[in-house]
Design a binder for this molecule. Sequence first.
Ligand code: ADP
Length: 492
Amino acid sequence: MKYVLAIDQGTTSSRAIVFDNKGEIVASAQQEFKQIYPTPGWVEHSTEDLLGSVVAVVGEALVRAGITAENLAAIGITNQRETTIVWDKGTGAPVYNAIVWQCRRTADYCEKLKKEGFAEKIYNKTGLVPDAYFSATKIKWILDNVDGARERAERGELAFGTVDTYLLWQLSKGKIFATDYTNASRTMLFNIHTLKWDKELLRLFDIPESMLPEVFPSSHYYGETDALLFGRPVPVCGVVGDQQAALFGQLCTKRGDVKNTYGTGCFLLMNTGNKAVKSQNGLVTTLGATAGDKPCYVLEGSVFVGGAVVQWLRDELKMISSAGESERLAREVEDNGGVYVVPAFTGLGAPYWDGSARGLITGITRGTTRAHIVRAALEGVAYEVSDIVEAMQCDAGIKLSRLAVDGGASANDFLMQFQSDILNCEVFRPKIAETTALGAAYLAGLKAGYWKDEEELKGLSSQKCGFTPHMGEAERIRLLSGWQKAVSRTQG
Ligand code: ADP
C-alpha cells in the first residue's frame, strides 16, 4: 500500500498528514513551537524548532498510520510564506533565527523605498507592494546586521531560503537547494513575468545572486530525503506556499476560481489563469501552483481581522464562551436589527487602505441585544470578504460563480449562508478541511504518478457542503449600503 505525506510547516505549528489514494486522511500529527518576540513588532522562529518539529511530526504520523517510509509514494511540502532563513552552505548552520513574515523590523526601510519612488518598479516586476512582510528586506537586514554576514555572502558562502528551501536543504543533507514559483513570488526578488530572479532588484536590496535557490514548478521531482532521516529515501515531488496550496487543494485550477480561508484573518485568492492582472485596488499579483510546468497567476487580498473578531467577542467582550456559540446566538435574532460591526481593529485593508481607521459598532438602539452584536460581527466578516471579492471581480473583469472556503471559521454555517447571500453566489466547503496539506499532497502525488490527473482528483473530492443564496436583491442592496455607511464612519 502506498500513501502520500504532506508536511505543513505553519506559523504556529508543524503538521504531517498521511493521505491515501482517495485523498482521505489516514493519520496526522502536529507540534507547536515557540514564537520569539525579541522586541515589540519583531517575530522570529528558531530554525531548530522548525526542522525538529517537522522531523518529529513526520515520524509520529507514520507511526500513527502504521506504515514506514517504504509506503510513501512521495512527500509534498507546504509552508508559511515569506519567512526568511539565511544559512552557511558548508555547515548548514543558520546565521540568524528565521525572521517571520509578521515581523515589522524593516517597515521603516520599506517606507523609505516608497518615498524614493520604487513602489511602481517593484510592483511591475514582482506584483507586490513594498512591505516588510516579504522576504527581500529581511534578507538585507540579516546581511546588514549579523557580524560578517555580508562578507560571507559575497564570498558565496551563504544561502537564503524561505522555509520550504530550508527544509529541502536539511531533509536532503544539503543536496537540494531549490524553491518553487509560489514561494519565490513572495520574496519581492522574483520577476513574475520572466519567471526569473530579478538582477535589478537584487542590486537594489544588495543581495548576492549566489545566495538564491533554483526555482522549479510546484509539482516537480525535487530529489530525495536523506536515507537516515525516515529509514529510507523518499522523493519530494511537491513544494508550494500555504495559500497557493489551499487554492490547489480546493481544485481552484481554472481562471476565475476563488477560495477564501477564514482563519484569524482571511486570505482570498483568485486564479486568473495565464494572465497577470494589474490591480487598481491594492491587491497583490502572485504566482499560483499548477500540475504543469508553468505557474498560473493569482490575485490575492487579505482581511486583517476575520475569525479574530469572534475571539474578541469571546475573550475581551465575554459575550460568548466559545467560537461555536456565535452561530447559535446569531440565529436567535431574525436580523441584525440595524447593527453593523466593522472590525477595523488595525485599520482597513483592501480596497479601502486606511491605516488610521478603527473598529466601530453602529446602529445601536435600546432594543439591541448581545445576539444582535454577535450576529453583526459575523456579518462584518462576510462583508469584508465581499468587499475584496468585489475588488477582484473589478480588477480581473471576471464574475465570481462560486466561492470555495476553508479555515476555522468556515465551520460556522450561519456565516457561510450569509456569505453566500451577500455575494449572491454559491459557497462550497469541502469535506476535508485540511485543504493546505491536501494541495501539497495533490501536487506531489500527481508528479509521482500516484494520481493520474486533475480529473481524477475532482472525482475524489465530491463530498462537499454547499450553501446557495436565498436573499432577495433588494435586501442585499439595503444591507450592503448599510455596511458601506458604517465603513465610511470608521475612516480617518
Ligand atoms: P489560524 O490558522 O489563523 O490560526 P484557523 O483556521 O485555525 O486560524 O481558525 C481559527 C479562527 O476561526 C479563530 O479566529 C476562531 O475565532 C475562528 N473560529 C473557529 N470556529 C469558529 C466558529 N464556529 N464560528 C466562528 N469562528 C470560528
